[in-house]
Write a protein that binds this ligand. Structure first.
Ligand code: TYM
Length: 328
């Protein structure tokens, strides 16, 4: 029987990368077997940094294609676009009255993004984690499959749920993160930083060709200065993370033994990582090509998902309004 509700979101950045995939999206797919799941393309979060309006529909579409190609079955979950469900922004406003400015100022992502986009430190960027709390709690989700970089935002979601419950009565669960062993994949070209769409050369996207995948892994940085005794360098550690995420356990064990024995050769490790990544991404790329032939289907899936999401969202909003005294 399906138990707790699950919610997670992803920004439409244009192309989903293997960090998003092994850190979150692959887990989304698996969780549909055990839970009632809501998965969302968060376009309202994406507009907090500079963007071009006319490009947004294509970005949303590409994200949806990637996720469906990665194996998400829209019959087994509710898959939709955030802005199609206006209750997200409504709940965000209510939560704004419970979130403290101090807590938002401490958010690492806000600090980083306001450094990166100094010309455009807008209120939406500041409020971003409150909208995220609204996303999750609108569906009363208790489990949130994410990568490590979202833990601080989730802590705030829990705090908001606690505050609301304390003030207006028990309404929301305190959502817990669900991490995978690859919850933090690092940049291939700069392994002390996170793999990210905004860091050029750092990522492999889900639809990358086999040739590109091999080239990027072949060039991945392995040596980055002296390490403490018995510690893998960040680049080597990252290759092992990818190996563990994509290859069978025996392969990981073989290379671990090589490493322990001091006989590890990057010339052998890198092709093994590339083989494993290619083996998993090839069928995803093929499914993507099939789906891309029928764009109408993808939009239909998202519309149907939004309708199902709204039915649940509307119930929560009625309850919240009542509890907050916003009804006669
Ligand atoms: P976003 O779009 O940056 O990333 C989507 C998911 O991918 C994970 N991730 C990674 N995992 C491992 N290694 C990496 N290098 C890596 N980079 C990204 C992220 O942790 C995330 O799980 N704020 C969120 C979107 C969001 C959301 C939500 C998530 C909005 N509302 C509610 C959960 C619940 C974000 O920007 O993720």
């Amino acid at each position: 029987m399906k138990q707790a509700r699950v919610f997670s979101g992803i920004q439409p950045t244009g192309a989903i990368h293997i960090g998003n995939y092994v850190g979150a999206v692959r887990n989304w797919v698996r969780m549909t077997e055990r839970f009632e799941c809501f998965y969302c393309i968060v376009d309202l979060h994406a507009i907090t940094i500079p963007y071009e309006g006319p490009e947004m529909p294509a970005r949303v579409y590409e994200a949806a294609l990637d996720i469906l190609a990665a194996g998400l079955d829209p019959e087994k979950c509710v898959f939709f676009v955030q802005s199609y469900v206006p209750e997200h922004t409504e709940l965000c406003w209510y939560f704004n009255t419970l979130a403290s400015v101090g807590a938002l100022e401490r958010m690492t992502q806000f600090k980083e993004k306001s450094e990166q986009f100094r010309e455009n430190v807008n209120v939406g960027l500041f409020d971003y984690p409150v909208l995220q709390a609204a996303d999750i709690l609108l569906y009363k989700a208790g489990v949130v499959p994410v990568g490590e970089d979202q833990l601080q935002h989730l802590e705030l979601s829990r705090e908001i749920a606690r505050r609301f419950n304390g003030r207006f009565g028990d309404t929301f669960p305190e959502p817990k993160p669900e991490l995978t062993p690859a919850a933090r994949v690092m940049a291939l070209n700069e392994p002390t930083r996170k793999m990210s769409k905004s860091l050029t050369g750092s990522f492999i996207s889900l639809s990358e060709s086999e040739k590109e995948i091999r080239k990027k892994i072949g060039r991945a940085v392995t040596d980055s200065g002296p390490q403490a005794e018995g510690e893998k360098s960040p680049g080597v550690k990252n290759l092992f993370t990818l190996l563990a995420a994509f290859a069978p356990a025996e392969t990981v064990e073989y290379f671990e033994q090589q490493y322990q024995a001091g006989t590890l050769r990057y010339g052998e490790l890198k092709p093994a990582v590339a083989d494993a990544v290619v083996a998993e991404l090839n069928p995803i790329r093929e499914r993507r090509e099939q789906l891309a032939g029928k764009p109408g289907d993808v939009w239909e899936i998202l519309d149907a998902g939004a309708a199902r999401a709204r039915a649940v969202a509307a119930q929560t909003i009625v309850e919240v309004r009542e509890r907050m005294g916003l009804r006669r």
